[in-house]
Design a binder for this molecule. Structure first.
Ligand code: CP
Length: 319
């Protein structure tokens, strides 16, 4: 089975490639759960994957802030035995004016095998992939794509719902500024789900339906009959954008709370990519409820990133 050397966009992956990555990530997640239980009970973990990327170097190169993506890529790389270099933009020669292209060429020459890049410019990962010999993994580019986020969402959803075939997943929030929404629309629809998107009309891009989703005009329409609802972060750094309502107005019309959740079928699950603005996209009780997959998503993130690193670097994973 072919898997690309770079993981740049979900749009470019086939369903078979997504299935391959999710299957490997599911194995890694189960192994990690068993290994953590073994550590707690004082016994030896049954499987040790630290041989898979021994001698390889993974560089995390984040030009925007991150907690989950950067930390989980670094934990994933170490779990596979790789050396990790956490590039710090503000302590680097970027501050002296070195370009992105020159920066990555130098990291390539230093011996990077993988560059995990987060950058505010949509398409930055393509420029980097053309400039280096290393594999490139997109950790989020502008408002374009965040492929590993969509893959970890799919893993948590499939473990919870059994399959995504025919399931209804509603994505609500600031769709216009969201790379998570774009990657999820591509990923979920390739896996057979029916995707709805909704939010304040000023942040629903014209023509978004062409990506393979339907647009809903109210939270009620988003929640009724859904198998899952994914709330997106209201990007407070962009709240001065006149297209976004205030946090208070947003919470009243699109926020998930115990009142609005009565519209969602009882078995349906709730996701959020994080960080959560508590009381805006969702209330504390919704976030902490048994239906919330938010912390499970974070755990899936390590496993998905292990699988992405292993596949891009052609590691031979024993059955
Ligand atoms: N979901 C996500 O990308 O979180 P971080 O910005 O913390 O990496």
């Amino acid at each position: 089975m072919d898997f690309p050397r770079h993981l740049l966009e979900i749009e470019a992956l086939t369903r078979a490639q997504i299935e391959l990555l999710l299957s490997l990530a599911g194995r890694f997640k189960r192994e990690r759960t068993a290994a953590r239980a073994a550590v707690t009970s004082g016994s030896e973990p049954a499987v040790d994957r630290r041989g898979l990327l021994r001698g390889r170097t993974v560089v995390t190169l984040f030009f925007e802030p991150s907690t989950r993506t950067r930390a989980s890529f670094e934990v994933a790389a170490r779990a596979l035995g790789a050396d990790v270099l956490s590039f710090q933009k503000d302590a680097s020669s970027v501050i002296k004016g070195e370009s992105l292209e020159d920066t990555v060429r130098n990291l390539d020459a230093i011996g990077a095998d993988v560059l995990v890049l987060r950058h505010p410019a949509a398409g930055a990962h393509r420029l980097v992939a053309r400039a280096v010999k290393a594999s490139v993994i997109n950790g989020g580019d502008g408002a374009h794509e965040h492929p590993t986020q969509a893959l970890l969402d799919a893993l948590s959803l499939r473990e919870s719902l059994g399959t995504l075939e025919g399931k209804v997943v509603s994505i609500v929030g600031d769709i216009a500024h969201s790379r998570v929404a774009r990657s999820n629309i591509h990923c979920l629809s390739k896996l057979g789900a029916r995707v709805r998107v909704g939010g304040p009309s000023t942040v629903i891009p014209l023509g978004i339906e062409k990506l393979g989703c339907t647009v809903v005009r109210s939270l009620k329409e988003a929640l009724e009959g859904a198998d899952a609802v994914m709330a997106l972060r209201i990007q407070s750094e962009r709240i001065s954008d006149a297209r976004l309502p205030s946090a208070r107005d947003y919470a009243r019309t699109w926020g998930l709370n115990s009142r609005t959740l009565s519209l969602l079928p009882k078995e349906a699950v709730i996701l959020h990519p994080g960080p959560v603005n508590r009381g805006v996209e969702m209330s504390n009780d919704v976030l902490e409820s048994p239906r919330s997959l938010v912390m499970d998503q974070v755990g899936s993130g390590v496993a998905v990133r292990m699988a992405a690193l292993a596949l891009c670097l052609r590691a031979e994973v024993a059955p």
